[in-house]
Write a protein that binds this ligand. Structure first.
Ligand SMILES: Cc1cc2nc3c(=O)[nH]c(=O)nc-3n(C[C@H](O)[C@H](O)[C@H](O)COP(=O)(O)O)c2cc1C
Length: 201
C-alpha cells in the first residue's frame, strides 16, 4: 500500500504517523499559569534534539479550536518541566489528558504531588523517575486554523533523577520502568508498551 498524504484525512495522518513512529516517549509535562495554578498533561511528540545546549522539543496542538493549558502556561512562564513516570503511573497520566477547567490543579486532581523546582516556575512532580527543568529557548508556530500547533524548544537547566534508577552511574532502562506510546490501535484504544524486552548490540 502507498499513501499520498495530501489525500489523507488529518486524523488519519495523526494516527498513522504516531503508530508508525512508535514507540514514542510518554511524558507528563507540568506547568504553571498566570493564576499560579499548576497543570500537568501527557505529551508524546517530545524529542531530545541537541546536547550542547541540551534541548528537548515538544509539539503542542490545539483542542476544540482553543489553545491547551500547556500552551497558555509556557507562553506565560517561559518554562516547563518534563516528567518521566514509571508504568505504575499510567492511569493518572492518562487521566491528566482529560478536560479540566483552568482553575483545577490537575496534578493534585490525578493524585500526584507538585514540588517547587530549583530554576523554573513550573513545578516538579514528586513521583517522577526523572524530571527535566526546561527554560523556553524557542517557540515555533506551525499550521493554521484547527491544525495550528506550537513547538517549544526547552533548554534543560537541571535534571532530577531518582537514585534507584541508576546502575554504575548510568540510567538503567529496566530500573527506569518507563513506557512507550504506540498510538491508537485497530480497536481505537490508546496502546502503550513497557520497556522490558531489551536487545543489545
Ligand atoms: C499518551 C498521550 C500522548 C499525548 N501527546 C500529545 C502531544 O504530543 N501533543 C499534544 O498536543 N497533545 C498530546 N496529548 C493530548 C494532551 O495530553 C491533551 O490534549 C491534554 O488535555 C492537554 O492538556 P492541557 O490543556 O492541560 O495542556 C497526548 C495524550 C496522551 C494520552
Amino acid at each position: 500500500m502507498i499513501i499520498e498524504m495530501s489525500n489523507m484525512e488529518t486524523t488519519k495522518i495523526h494516527e498513522f504517523l504516531i503508530s508508525a513512529l512508535s514507540p514514542l516517549p510518554v511524558t507528563l509535562i507540568s506547568t504553571v499559569g498566570a493564576t499560579g495554578i499548576f497543570n500537568a498533561a501527557p505529551f508524546s511528540a517530545v524529542a531530545p534534539i541537541s546536547w550542547k545546549p541540551p534541548l528537548i522539543c515538544v509539539s503542542v496542538g490545539s483542542k476544540n479550536g482553543r489553545k491547551k493549558h500547556t500552551t497558555d502556561n509556557i507562553d506565560f512562564s517561559g518554562d516547563f518541566v518534563i516528567n518521566i513516570m514509571s508504568v505504575d503511573f499510567l492511569k493518572p497520566l492518562v487521566q491528566a489528558a482529560g478536560n479540566y477547567p483552568g482553575e483545577v490543579s490537575e496534578i493534585e486532581r490525578i493524585g500526584l504531588t507538585a514540588l517547587p523546582a530549583q530554576k523554573v516556575k513550573s513545578p516538579l512532580i514528586k513521583e517522577a523517575q526523572v524530571s527535566f527543568e526546561c527554560q523556553l529557548a524557542q517557540r515555533i508556530e506551525l499550521g493554521t486554523g484547527e491544525n495550528v500547533r506550537w513547538v517549544y524548544f526547552g533548554e534543560v537547566l537541571i535534571m532530577h533523577l531518582k537514585d534507584d534508577i541508576l546502575t554504575a552511574g548510568d540510567i538503567d532502562p529496566l530500573k527506569l520502568g518507563g513506557m512507550g506510546y504506540l498510538g491508537k490501535g485497530p480497536l481505537g484504544k490508546r496502546l502503550f508498551c513497557r520497556t522490558r524486552d531489551i536487545l543489545q548490540s
